[in-house]
Design a protein around this ligand. Structure first.
Ligand code: NAD
Length: 477
């Protein structure tokens, strides 16, 4: 299976091993990808290094930017084909997949147009000196991404790296990488020189681990679970290679008693049901002021009962969980909460005709979850919402901050002073006031504090991460 792009050529794994790709709606295999490993990573990193020494390394920022924009346009031109691949690979509703492809195109457009807007600085120094600070690429950058938004992540991770002139090696998720392979084909069509964008498909413990341990990489960008993030950081640290880690979350939606219910309700429900809850910034904790708790959570329960789960073609509110392992994990969280007496307030329903072999989970709302319960503290990564009550503003902030994570938070109140105070004190990489933006927002810097990781993706800050500075001291007297 020639699903790996190395040095501008499509290749099978050196040892010709492959991996089955399963359809999450049926549990059946529908295609195979190459099972890349150490030998393939060695070839890809060497190809990237050569690319830096070739025309890519001498290309102007404007020329690089044009290539990125061309790729963005090619993605739009082929959007339907990529969306169908993405929907089949992940099981997500086709409308959601179509939107995801627009977002990938936007990443290449955004960073393509920003490539030549990165300016240096002049630093005042001693008489007779000109000192300039310029931004230069890191070199060979490694990119490892998860399966939940495979196409979006592909663009989010690679576009700023390419805009800054790095040569890249991408290891997409073994569970969903078909859209990335197609975008790799389009990158070749756009005219990226060989070796600038390499794709090695395969398992994390093989290709992924070989990539992060390779002494030839200069930077690593990882999106995935906190456990693997720790391994990536340990591995890159051995070669003193810096990394950005975008890990999990247990993001709160903080609802005060002056909330505009009609505005908040659909956004809060979507923030956990979107992508079947498999969103790192899913609003998975619903914190509601005690005085309106029963009334507000009652409305959320009503909304949950109306949610329908189905296949991509049915195009309902959400699709299945991506794989069996994750499906078992989500079901285990639900069973464990029920067994320990946490009230299950409402469930969505599966559309008639979905396969019993598919990885479908009913969106589930739990109420009055004890603050120290596993469900209140751990990331489920499924469509499961935990409602918890709080007394006042002080209690809300303490509760919001009472997890190991800090990725995103939603604050729902009409009181301006309270909006500002809570936004300031919540420990989180992003705070949304009377809105919530899980997912999109190419322009908005994104990343976490605490166990949600470090470093920033998206927005112009991603271009800083994907580059370093050089101080040039010029004596002219
Ligand atoms: P994962 O950590 O299991 O896998 C992520 C990627 O890492 C995959 O490509 C996998 O093959 C690779 N990998 C696995 N073991 C590796 C190793 N030893 N060395 C190098 N690479 C390895 O995560 P997942 O199950 O694919 O995704 C779910 C997790 O990702 C959740 O915890 C979720 O919160 C997180 N996530 C975070 C963000 C974010 O931006 N913060 C976005 C999406 C998902």
């Amino acid at each position: 299976m020639k699903t790996m792009l190395i040095d501008g050529r499509w290749q099978a794994a050196q040892d010709e091993r492959t991996i089955e790709v399963l359809n999450p709606c049926t549990g059946e295999a529908f295609t195979r990808i190459a099972r890349g490993g150490q030998a393939d990573i060695v070839l890809a990193v060497a190809a990237a290094r050569r690319a830096l020494d070739g025309p890519w390394g001498r290309m102007t920022a404007t020329e690089r930017g044009r290539l990125l924009q061309k790729l963005g346009q090619l993605i739009l031109d082929n959007a339907e084909e990529i969306a169908q691949l993405e929907a089949r690979d992940t099981g997500k509703p086709i409308t959601v997949a179509r939107n995801d492809i627009k977002v990938v195109a936007r990443y290449f457009e955004f960073y393509g147009t920003a490539a030549d807007k990165v300016h240096g600085e002049a630093i005042p120094y001693l008489d007779g000196y000109n000192v300039t600070l310029v931004r230069v690429p890191r070199g060979v950058t490694a990119h490892i991404i998860p399966w939940n938004y495979p196409a979006q992540m592909f663009g989010r991770s690679l576009a700023p790296a390419l805009a800054m002139g790095n040569a890249t090696v991408m290891k997409p998720s073994e569970d969903a990488c078909l859209s990335g392979i197609k975008i790799g084909e389009l990158a070749m069509e756009a005219g990226f020189p060989p070796g600038v964008l390499n794709i090695v498909t395969g398992y994390g413990h093989e290709a992924g681990a070989a990539l992060t341990a390779h002494p030839g990489i200069d930077f690593a960008s990882f999106v995935g679970s906190p456990e693997v993030g720790t391994m990536v950081q340990e591995s890159t640290a051995r070669n003193h290679v810096p990394c950005v880690l975008e890990l999990g979350g247990k993001s709160p939606q903080i609802v005060f008693d002056d909330v505009d219910v009609e505005k908040a309700l659909p956004v809060i429900v979507r923030a956990i049901v979107q992508n079947a809850g498999q969103t790192c910034s899913a609003g998975s904790r619903l914190l509601v002021q005690e005085s309106i708790y029963d009334q507000f959570v009652g409305r959320v329960a009503e909304a949950f009962r109306a949610i329908k789960v189905g296949t991509p073609e049915m195009d309902l509110d959400c699709g299945p969980i991506v794989n069996k392992k994750q499906f078992d994990r989500v079901n285990n969280f639900i069973a464990d909460a029920v067994a320990s007496g946490v009230p299950l307030l409402a469930e969505g329903s599966l559309a008639s005709g979905v396969s019993g072999q598919g990885f479908f989970v009913k969106p589930t709302l739990f109420g009055r979850v004890p603050r120290d319960h596993r469900l209140a503290c751990s990331e489920v990564f499924g469509p499961v919402l935990s409602a918890i009550s709080f007394k006042d503003e002080e209690d809300a902030i303490a509760l919001a901050n009472a997890t190991e994570y800090g990725l995103a938070a939603g604050v729902w109140t009409e009181n301006g002073g309270r909006q500002a105070r809570v936004a300031q004190r919540v420990l989180s990489g992003q705070v949304f006031i009377n809105c919530y933006g899980a997912g999109g927002g190419v322009e908005l810097p994104f990343g976490g504090v605490k166990k949600s990781g470090h470093g920033r993706e998206k927005g112009l800050l991603a271009m800083e991460e994907m580059s370093t500075t050089k101080t040039i001291v010029h004596y002219f007297k």
